[in-house]
Design a protein around this ligand. Structure first.
Ligand code: AMP
Length: 178
C-alpha cells in the first residue's frame, strides 16, 4: 500500500522477482483492459482518466476471478485493496479460497515529494492520468478513500519510509520481511 508515487509498483516488481511471486497490479490490469477495449476497460477508463477510483464492484469481481485462478500461488498485490469495502471483499475472497494475507506494507512519502515525483514520471510515462491536475486529484482520493486502510490493517501493517533511492527503500523492506 501507499499513495500514488510512493513506489509501490517499483518495489512490488523487485520483491516479486526476488521471491518468485506473481505481481498483481490492478492499475496495470485495468490499463491492459483499456488497451484491449474490453467491457471492463471501457467502464474503467473515464474513472481512471479523471483520477477517480474505479467502482468497488468492478475491482472485486475482477480480483475474485483472478485470485481464484491463481489460488495456489504466492502473490504480491499492488494497488488493491484501495477502499474499506475492497478490503472487506478481499477478506471474503480469501476465506472462500482458504488463503490469507502474510504481510501488509505501507510505503509512506511526504505529499509534496510525491507530487514532484509524479510530475517527473509524467514526462515519459505516457499515462493519461499523469497530468498535474489529475495527480493532485489522485492524492486527494488516496487521503479520503485509501488512507483509512492503514487503520483497517493496524494489527498487521508495517510502515516503510519511502523517501530515498529505490535500493534504499528495497533494503528497508527486506530488513523487515527477511
Ligand atoms: P495505479 O496504476 O495503481 O496508480 O492505478 C491507476 C488507476 O487505476 C487509479 O487511479 C484508479 O483509477 C484505478 N485503480 C487501480 N487500482 C484500483 C483499485 N483497487 N480500486 C479502484 N480503482 C483502481
Amino acid at each position: 500500500m501507499g499513495p500514488p508515487g510512493a513506489g509501490k509498483g517499483t518495489q512490488a516488481k523487485i520483491l516479486a522477482e526476488k521471491y518468485s511471486l506473481i505481481h498483481l497490479s490492478t492499475g496495470d490490469i485495468l490499463r491492459a483492459e483499456i488497451r484491449k477495449k474490453t467491457d471492463r476497460g471501457l467502464e474503467a477508463q473515464s474513472y481512471m482518466d479523471a483520477g477517480n477510483l474505479v467502482p468497488d464492484k468492478v475491482l472485486l469481481s475482477m480480483m475474485e476471478s483472478t485470485l481464484t485462478e491463481l489460488q495456489n500461488s504466492g502473490i504480491i498485490l499492488d494497488g488493491f485493496p484501495r477502499t474499506i469495502p475492497q478490503a472487506e471483499g478481499l477478506n471474503n475472497i480469501f476465506l472462500k479460497l482458504n488463503s490469507k494475507i502474510n504481510h501488509v506494507l505501507n510505503i509512506h512519502v511526504e505529499e509534496s515529494k510525491l507530487i514532484k515525483r509524479l510530475i517527473e514520471r509524467a514526462q515519459n510515462s505516457g499515462r493519461k492520468d499523469d497530468t498535474e491536475e489529475v495527480i493532485i486529484k489522485r492524492q486527494k482520493v488516496y487521503t479520503k478513500l485509501t488512507a483509512p486502510l492503514i487503520d483497517f490493517y493496524k494489527n498487521e501493517i508495517t510502515q516503510i519510509d519511502g523517501d530515498g533511492t529505490i535500493e534504499q527503500v528495497t533494503q528497508r523492506i527486506l530488513e523487515y520481511i527477511q
